[in-house]
Design a protein around this ligand. Sequence first.
Ligand code: G3I
Length: 322
Amino acid sequence: MPPGPFGPSDTLKAAASMRGKLIGTAVQTSLLGGAPYGTVLTREFNYLTAEYEMKWNVVEPGRGSMNFGPGDAIVGYAASNGMQVKGHTLIWHGAVPSWLDGLPAGDLRTEFERHIRDVMAHYRGRVHAWDVVNEAVADNGAGLRDTLFRQRLGDQYIADAFRLARAADAQALLFYNDYGGEGLSAKADRIHALLQDLLSKGVPLDGVGLQMHISATSRPSTASIADNVRRLAALGLIVHISEMDVRINNAFGTDQERLEAQRSAYRDVVGVCVMEPRCDAVTFWGFTDAHTWLTGDRPLLFDAQYQPKPAFYGVLDALSGR
Ligand code: G3I
Protein backbone atom coordinates (compact mmCIF):
# COMPACT_ATOMS: atom_id res chain seq x y z
CA MET A 1 0.00 0.00 0.00
CA PRO A 2 1.63 3.33 -0.97
CA PRO A 3 2.62 5.37 2.11
CA GLY A 4 0.54 8.34 3.16
CA PRO A 5 1.72 11.93 2.73
CA PHE A 6 4.55 11.42 5.23
CA GLY A 7 4.94 7.65 5.15
CA PRO A 8 3.14 4.60 6.60
CA SER A 9 3.53 5.75 10.22
CA ASP A 10 1.80 9.03 9.42
CA THR A 11 -1.51 7.78 8.19
CA LEU A 12 -4.58 8.67 10.23
CA LYS A 13 -5.17 4.98 10.80
CA ALA A 14 -1.66 4.37 12.17
CA ALA A 15 -1.74 7.45 14.40
CA ALA A 16 -5.24 6.61 15.70
CA SER A 17 -4.33 2.99 16.37
CA MET A 18 -1.38 4.15 18.50
CA ARG A 19 -3.99 5.96 20.62
CA GLY A 20 -6.33 2.96 20.72
CA LYS A 21 -8.92 4.84 18.69
CA LEU A 22 -10.87 3.94 15.56
CA ILE A 23 -10.80 6.50 12.75
CA GLY A 24 -13.62 6.34 10.27
CA THR A 25 -15.62 7.82 7.47
CA ALA A 26 -19.05 7.61 5.94
CA VAL A 27 -19.02 5.71 2.64
CA GLN A 28 -21.30 4.90 -0.27
CA THR A 29 -21.18 1.53 -2.04
CA SER A 30 -20.90 3.03 -5.51
CA LEU A 31 -17.61 4.70 -4.60
CA LEU A 32 -15.82 1.82 -2.88
CA GLY A 33 -14.07 0.04 -5.72
CA GLY A 34 -12.38 2.89 -7.51
CA ALA A 35 -9.07 4.67 -7.14
CA PRO A 36 -8.16 7.16 -5.77
CA TYR A 37 -11.21 6.83 -3.49
CA GLY A 38 -10.40 3.28 -2.43
CA THR A 39 -6.67 3.95 -2.16
CA VAL A 40 -7.13 6.81 0.31
CA LEU A 41 -9.95 5.01 2.12
CA THR A 42 -7.94 1.87 2.86
CA ARG A 43 -4.75 3.81 3.62
CA GLU A 44 -6.25 6.22 6.15
CA PHE A 45 -9.35 4.66 7.78
CA ASN A 46 -10.42 1.52 9.69
CA TYR A 47 -14.06 2.25 10.59
CA LEU A 48 -16.86 2.59 8.01
CA THR A 49 -20.37 3.97 8.38
CA ALA A 50 -22.91 3.58 5.58
CA GLU A 51 -23.85 7.15 4.73
CA TYR A 52 -27.36 6.07 3.68
CA GLU A 53 -27.44 2.47 2.45
CA MET A 54 -28.26 0.74 5.74
CA LYS A 55 -31.22 3.00 6.52
CA TRP A 56 -34.81 1.74 6.56
CA ASN A 57 -35.85 3.49 3.34
CA VAL A 58 -33.04 1.77 1.43
CA VAL A 59 -33.10 -1.59 3.25
CA GLU A 60 -36.87 -2.06 2.81
CA PRO A 61 -38.17 0.16 -0.02
CA GLY A 62 -41.39 -1.84 -0.12
CA ARG A 63 -43.08 -3.53 2.81
CA GLY A 64 -41.39 -6.91 3.19
CA SER A 65 -39.07 -6.50 0.18
CA MET A 66 -35.56 -6.33 1.65
CA ASN A 67 -32.56 -4.76 -0.07
CA PHE A 68 -29.47 -5.72 1.92
CA GLY A 69 -27.18 -5.63 -1.12
CA PRO A 70 -25.61 -2.18 -0.67
CA GLY A 71 -25.10 -2.64 3.07
CA ASP A 72 -23.64 -6.11 2.49
CA ALA A 73 -21.20 -4.60 -0.02
CA ILE A 74 -19.95 -2.14 2.61
CA VAL A 75 -19.68 -4.87 5.27
CA GLY A 76 -17.88 -7.16 2.82
CA TYR A 77 -15.46 -4.41 1.78
CA ALA A 78 -14.70 -3.65 5.43
CA ALA A 79 -14.07 -7.32 6.22
CA SER A 80 -11.73 -7.62 3.22
CA ASN A 81 -9.76 -4.56 4.34
CA GLY A 82 -9.48 -5.19 8.08
CA MET A 83 -12.01 -2.48 8.91
CA GLN A 84 -14.93 -2.37 11.32
CA VAL A 85 -18.44 -1.17 10.54
CA LYS A 86 -20.90 1.04 12.39
CA GLY A 87 -24.50 0.33 11.44
CA HIS A 88 -26.38 3.53 10.69
CA THR A 89 -29.24 3.77 11.52
CA LEU A 90 -32.16 1.64 12.63
CA ILE A 91 -34.74 4.19 13.84
CA TRP A 92 -34.63 7.71 12.37
CA HIS A 93 -37.42 9.99 11.21
CA GLY A 94 -35.18 11.10 8.32
CA ALA A 95 -35.15 7.80 6.44
CA VAL A 96 -38.61 6.32 6.83
CA PRO A 97 -39.82 4.33 3.81
CA SER A 98 -42.95 5.88 2.29
CA TRP A 99 -45.05 2.74 2.91
CA LEU A 100 -44.55 3.15 6.68
CA ASP A 101 -46.15 6.59 6.85
CA GLY A 102 -49.75 5.54 6.54
CA LEU A 103 -49.67 2.51 8.84
CA PRO A 104 -52.00 2.42 11.87
CA ALA A 105 -50.22 2.30 15.23
CA GLY A 106 -50.62 -1.48 15.66
CA ASP A 107 -49.06 -2.23 12.30
CA LEU A 108 -46.33 0.32 12.90
CA ARG A 109 -45.43 -1.44 16.15
CA THR A 110 -45.21 -4.76 14.31
CA GLU A 111 -43.01 -3.31 11.56
CA PHE A 112 -40.86 -1.38 14.06
CA GLU A 113 -40.10 -4.58 15.95
CA ARG A 114 -39.57 -6.63 12.76
CA HIS A 115 -37.24 -4.06 11.23
CA ILE A 116 -34.93 -3.96 14.24
CA ARG A 117 -35.01 -7.74 14.68
CA ASP A 118 -34.42 -8.59 10.99
CA VAL A 119 -31.71 -6.02 10.27
CA MET A 120 -29.78 -6.77 13.46
CA ALA A 121 -30.04 -10.51 12.77
CA HIS A 122 -28.85 -10.04 9.19
CA TYR A 123 -25.71 -8.22 10.28
CA ARG A 124 -25.11 -10.05 13.58
CA GLY A 125 -21.39 -10.65 14.12
CA ARG A 126 -20.40 -8.33 11.25
CA VAL A 127 -21.21 -4.90 12.70
CA HIS A 128 -19.22 -3.44 15.62
CA ALA A 129 -21.87 -0.95 16.77
CA TRP A 130 -25.28 0.35 15.74
CA ASP A 131 -26.86 3.78 15.84
CA VAL A 132 -30.08 2.28 17.18
CA VAL A 133 -31.94 5.60 17.51
CA ASN A 134 -30.90 8.77 15.68
CA GLU A 135 -31.93 12.37 16.46
CA ALA A 136 -34.78 11.77 18.91
CA VAL A 137 -34.32 15.03 20.88
CA ALA A 138 -35.93 18.31 19.77
CA ASP A 139 -33.55 21.00 18.52
CA ASN A 140 -34.50 23.45 21.29
CA GLY A 141 -33.81 20.77 23.89
CA ALA A 142 -37.31 21.22 25.33
CA GLY A 143 -38.18 17.54 24.94
CA LEU A 144 -38.29 14.71 22.47
CA ARG A 145 -38.65 15.38 18.75
CA ASP A 146 -42.26 14.81 17.68
CA THR A 147 -41.52 12.07 15.15
CA LEU A 148 -43.78 9.49 13.59
CA PHE A 149 -42.42 6.95 16.07
CA ARG A 150 -43.14 9.10 19.11
CA GLN A 151 -46.61 10.00 17.89
CA ARG A 152 -47.69 6.41 17.20
CA LEU A 153 -45.60 4.40 19.69
CA GLY A 154 -45.19 6.88 22.56
CA ASP A 155 -42.03 8.12 24.26
CA GLN A 156 -41.33 4.48 25.10
CA TYR A 157 -40.20 3.80 21.52
CA ILE A 158 -36.62 4.76 22.34
CA ALA A 159 -36.22 2.28 25.20
CA ASP A 160 -38.13 -0.34 23.18
CA ALA A 161 -35.74 0.07 20.25
CA PHE A 162 -32.67 -0.53 22.41
CA ARG A 163 -34.21 -3.55 24.14
CA LEU A 164 -35.19 -5.08 20.79
CA ALA A 165 -31.70 -4.42 19.42
CA ARG A 166 -30.00 -6.11 22.38
CA ALA A 167 -32.35 -9.09 22.13
CA ALA A 168 -31.42 -9.43 18.44
CA ASP A 169 -27.66 -9.06 18.90
CA ALA A 170 -25.95 -9.68 22.23
CA GLN A 171 -22.59 -8.34 21.07
CA ALA A 172 -23.01 -5.20 18.98
CA LEU A 173 -22.50 -1.92 20.87
CA LEU A 174 -25.75 0.05 20.96
CA PHE A 175 -25.55 3.82 20.42
CA TYR A 176 -27.79 6.84 20.59
CA ASN A 177 -26.73 9.41 17.94
CA ASP A 178 -27.59 13.10 17.61
CA TYR A 179 -26.48 16.56 16.43
CA GLY A 180 -26.53 19.97 18.09
CA GLY A 181 -25.57 18.55 21.49
CA GLU A 182 -21.81 18.50 21.05
CA GLY A 183 -20.94 21.34 23.42
CA LEU A 184 -22.85 22.20 26.60
CA SER A 185 -26.30 23.48 25.58
CA ALA A 186 -30.00 22.99 26.30
CA LYS A 187 -30.07 20.19 23.74
CA ALA A 188 -26.94 18.60 25.20
CA ASP A 189 -28.61 18.71 28.62
CA ARG A 190 -31.74 17.03 27.25
CA ILE A 191 -29.68 14.32 25.53
CA HIS A 192 -27.78 13.72 28.77
CA ALA A 193 -31.06 13.50 30.71
CA LEU A 194 -32.53 11.08 28.16
CA LEU A 195 -29.51 8.77 28.32
CA GLN A 196 -29.30 8.97 32.12
CA ASP A 197 -32.99 8.00 32.34
CA LEU A 198 -32.55 5.08 29.93
CA LEU A 199 -29.58 3.78 31.91
CA SER A 200 -31.47 4.18 35.21
CA LYS A 201 -34.20 1.92 33.79
CA GLY A 202 -31.67 -0.74 32.79
CA VAL A 203 -32.08 -0.06 29.07
CA PRO A 204 -29.15 -1.64 27.19
CA LEU A 205 -27.23 1.41 25.95
CA ASP A 206 -23.47 1.38 25.39
CA GLY A 207 -22.63 4.68 23.78
CA VAL A 208 -23.52 8.06 22.40
CA GLY A 209 -22.56 9.58 19.06
CA LEU A 210 -22.01 13.33 18.81
CA GLN A 211 -22.40 14.05 15.10
CA MET A 212 -20.24 17.22 15.05
CA HIS A 213 -21.57 18.89 11.89
CA ILE A 214 -19.97 22.27 12.61
CA SER A 215 -18.72 25.42 10.89
CA ALA A 216 -15.12 26.60 11.03
CA THR A 217 -16.06 29.94 12.55
CA SER A 218 -19.18 29.09 14.53
CA ARG A 219 -18.62 26.04 16.64
CA PRO A 220 -18.94 25.10 20.32
CA SER A 221 -15.83 25.98 22.33
CA THR A 222 -13.34 23.16 22.76
CA ALA A 223 -13.74 23.41 26.54
CA SER A 224 -17.51 23.09 26.23
CA ILE A 225 -17.20 20.01 24.04
CA ALA A 226 -14.68 18.50 26.45
CA ASP A 227 -16.97 19.15 29.44
CA ASN A 228 -19.92 17.59 27.64
CA VAL A 229 -17.91 14.56 26.51
CA ARG A 230 -16.64 14.11 30.08
CA ARG A 231 -20.20 14.36 31.44
CA LEU A 232 -21.43 11.69 29.02
CA ALA A 233 -18.45 9.43 29.73
CA ALA A 234 -19.22 9.78 33.45
CA LEU A 235 -22.51 7.98 32.74
CA GLY A 236 -20.36 5.01 31.77
CA LEU A 237 -21.01 5.52 28.07
CA ILE A 238 -18.61 5.20 25.18
CA VAL A 239 -18.47 8.48 23.25
CA HIS A 240 -18.03 8.72 19.48
CA ILE A 241 -17.53 11.76 17.32
CA SER A 242 -19.77 10.19 14.72
CA GLU A 243 -20.29 12.41 11.62
CA MET A 244 -17.76 15.22 11.70
CA ASP A 245 -17.46 17.77 8.93
CA VAL A 246 -16.50 21.47 9.12
CA ARG A 247 -18.18 23.91 6.75
CA ILE A 248 -16.07 26.83 5.53
CA ASN A 249 -18.28 28.55 2.95
CA ASN A 250 -19.81 30.75 5.64
CA ALA A 251 -16.43 31.46 7.27
CA PHE A 252 -14.81 34.87 7.06
CA GLY A 253 -11.43 35.68 5.55
CA THR A 254 -9.28 34.62 2.64
CA ASP A 255 -9.36 31.08 1.39
CA GLN A 256 -6.16 30.33 3.25
CA GLU A 257 -7.62 31.77 6.46
CA ARG A 258 -10.73 29.64 6.05
CA LEU A 259 -8.69 26.48 5.51
CA GLU A 260 -6.60 27.34 8.57
CA ALA A 261 -9.71 27.87 10.68
CA GLN A 262 -10.97 24.52 9.44
CA ARG A 263 -7.67 22.86 10.40
CA SER A 264 -7.94 24.29 13.91
CA ALA A 265 -11.50 23.07 14.29
CA TYR A 266 -10.55 19.53 13.29
CA ARG A 267 -7.46 19.55 15.51
CA ASP A 268 -9.38 20.86 18.53
CA VAL A 269 -12.28 18.42 18.28
CA VAL A 270 -10.18 15.34 17.56
CA GLY A 271 -7.91 16.45 20.41
CA VAL A 272 -10.89 16.23 22.79
CA CYS A 273 -11.48 12.62 21.77
CA VAL A 274 -7.77 11.79 22.09
CA MET A 275 -7.78 13.07 25.68
CA GLU A 276 -11.01 11.27 26.74
CA PRO A 277 -10.37 7.55 27.48
CA ARG A 278 -14.01 6.69 26.78
CA CYS A 279 -13.99 8.37 23.37
CA ASP A 280 -12.94 5.49 21.17
CA ALA A 281 -13.78 6.59 17.65
CA VAL A 282 -13.86 9.61 15.38
CA THR A 283 -15.80 9.31 12.13
CA PHE A 284 -15.86 11.98 9.42
CA TRP A 285 -18.93 12.34 7.25
CA GLY A 286 -16.94 11.55 4.14
CA PHE A 287 -13.28 12.27 3.55
CA THR A 288 -13.04 14.06 0.19
CA ASP A 289 -14.72 17.29 -0.89
CA ALA A 290 -15.58 15.43 -4.09
CA HIS A 291 -18.30 13.58 -2.15
CA THR A 292 -20.06 15.50 0.62
CA TRP A 293 -23.71 15.99 1.50
CA LEU A 294 -22.83 19.67 1.96
CA THR A 295 -23.00 20.41 -1.76
CA GLY A 296 -20.82 23.33 -2.77
CA ASP A 297 -18.85 23.46 0.46
CA ARG A 298 -15.42 22.01 1.20
CA PRO A 299 -15.94 20.47 4.66
CA LEU A 300 -13.63 17.45 4.63
CA LEU A 301 -9.98 16.40 5.05
CA PHE A 302 -9.04 15.83 1.40
CA ASP A 303 -9.84 18.13 -1.50
CA ALA A 304 -11.78 17.08 -4.58
CA GLN A 305 -8.53 15.85 -6.13
CA TYR A 306 -7.90 13.67 -3.04
CA GLN A 307 -4.99 15.82 -1.87
CA PRO A 308 -4.67 16.29 1.90
CA LYS A 309 -5.82 19.73 3.11
CA PRO A 310 -4.59 21.58 6.22
CA ALA A 311 -7.55 19.89 7.94
CA PHE A 312 -5.92 16.49 7.38
CA TYR A 313 -2.77 17.68 9.14
CA GLY A 314 -4.88 19.12 11.95
CA VAL A 315 -6.31 15.66 12.60
CA LEU A 316 -2.89 14.02 12.29
CA ASP A 317 -1.41 16.54 14.75
CA ALA A 318 -4.23 15.87 17.23
CA LEU A 319 -3.79 12.10 16.96
CA SER A 320 0.00 12.40 17.22
CA GLY A 321 -0.15 14.81 20.16
CA ARG A 322 1.77 17.43 18.17
O1 G3I B 1 -26.83 7.81 -4.98
C1 G3I B 1 -28.23 7.83 -5.27
C2 G3I B 1 -28.45 8.05 -6.75
O2 G3I B 1 -27.94 6.94 -7.47
C3 G3I B 1 -29.93 8.23 -7.02
O3 G3I B 1 -30.13 8.51 -8.38
C4 G3I B 1 -30.47 9.37 -6.15
C5 G3I B 1 -31.94 9.59 -6.34
O4 G3I B 1 -32.65 8.56 -5.70
O5 G3I B 1 -30.26 9.04 -4.76
C6 G3I B 1 -28.88 8.94 -4.47
O6 G3I B 1 -28.77 8.60 -3.11
C7 G3I B 1 -28.97 9.68 -2.21
C8 G3I B 1 -27.77 9.68 -1.25
O7 G3I B 1 -27.95 10.64 -0.21
C9 G3I B 1 -26.45 9.96 -1.97
O8 G3I B 1 -26.47 11.26 -2.47
C10 G3I B 1 -30.24 9.40 -1.41
O9 G3I B 1 -31.36 9.51 -2.27
C11 G3I B 1 -30.35 10.39 -0.27
O10 G3I B 1 -31.46 10.04 0.56
C12 G3I B 1 -29.10 10.34 0.59
O11 G3I B 1 -29.19 11.33 1.60
C13 G3I B 1 -28.45 11.03 2.81
C14 G3I B 1 -29.30 11.52 3.99
O12 G3I B 1 -28.60 11.33 5.22
C15 G3I B 1 -30.61 10.73 4.07
O13 G3I B 1 -30.33 9.37 4.25
C16 G3I B 1 -27.11 11.77 2.77
O14 G3I B 1 -26.26 11.18 1.79
C17 G3I B 1 -26.43 11.66 4.13
O15 G3I B 1 -25.25 12.46 4.17
C18 G3I B 1 -27.37 12.10 5.26
O16 G3I B 1 -26.70 11.81 6.47
C19 G3I B 1 -27.35 12.24 7.68
C20 G3I B 1 -27.14 11.18 8.74
O17 G3I B 1 -27.67 9.94 8.31
C21 G3I B 1 -27.75 11.62 10.07
N1 G3I B 1 -27.18 12.91 10.49
C22 G3I B 1 -27.36 13.97 9.49
C23 G3I B 1 -26.72 13.57 8.16
C24 G3I B 1 -26.82 14.67 7.13
O18 G3I B 1 -28.15 14.90 6.81
